[in-house]
Design a protein around this ligand. Sequence first.
Ligand SMILES: C[S@@+](CC[C@H](N)C(=O)[O-])C[C@H]1O[C@@H](n2cnc3c(N)ncnc32)[C@H](O)[C@@H]1O
Length: 283
Amino acid sequence: MASTSNIQEDPEYILPEPNSEVQRLTDNDSVFAYSMKNKRILAPIDLTKPGLKILDSATADGLFLRSIEPLLAPPFTLSGFDIMTKFFPSSAPPHITYAIHNITEKWPVEMHKQYDFVHQRICLLGVEKKVTPRQAVSYLCDLVAPGGWIQLGELDLRQPSFGGQAMFDAFELKRRVFDAVCGFHDIAESMSTWLREEGFEQVTEEPYEIQLGSRCNDAAMRKKSIDATVQSWEALLGAANRFDADVDASTTDRLLERMKAELSENGASYTMQYAYGRRPLST
Ligand SMILES: C[S@@+](CC[C@H](N)C(=O)[O-])C[C@H]1O[C@@H](n2cnc3c(N)ncnc32)[C@H](O)[C@@H]1O
């Protein structure tokens, strides 16, 4: 397995249940796609241009790369990186490659300024306390070619966009897990500032409200969004224990049961925050 670092084996996964993780990520991706009308690339890239080089950091099983493939004009190359090799597909066509890279490390110099589009969604918790999320974003920016784009997506943890007590407790838990794991929870609202500080231009924030439970019109999505959300918070409860998060017992008390009831009856929504920007042609 190709690697940009010396990692030999998969590290321990922050969220428990790595074996069912790909299914949970796939379900969550369809929940996001439902509310985002299947839009995955927000940066204004000319997808009809042949020869695009696209990199997805924290790719898991390459779901993002495979879902954008039909939008691109051949030839193109898609490169997925993650620390969990067990998430990678067992086979891939020659224009898609998977390799190991830890976002807490600098990317190899020969990869710098090589990619027309660099994408990373929901991964910055994974810096743990090895580097700051800001530093990991700076490393990622190194990959973008002059005139190329970077797009970052993270959940806005400030509060749910719509929800009852269970969802507010769920967000309190999530903030506390971020504080315990990586010492920072203001990631989503900071990303655009970080891109500007890195010298990127046309930096844009695009928030998307992700509908859950009874707020979804589609019956299958209603169920899928409840199941995927409850599973995500089940994993977060495990991480809260493992990282000894400072969270009040009243917040976690029967949380999954309360969430499930609230999502089924009243629904909820939260915000996925995206930030994208372009590396100036002159740098
Ligand atoms: C919540 S999943 C998101 C997967 C995918 N990007 C998506 O949006 O569906 C987080 C991914 O980040 C990866 N990850 C966690 N820590 C990482 C690190 N330090 N370096 C690289 N990848 C990491 C995990 O293995 C996992 O595939």
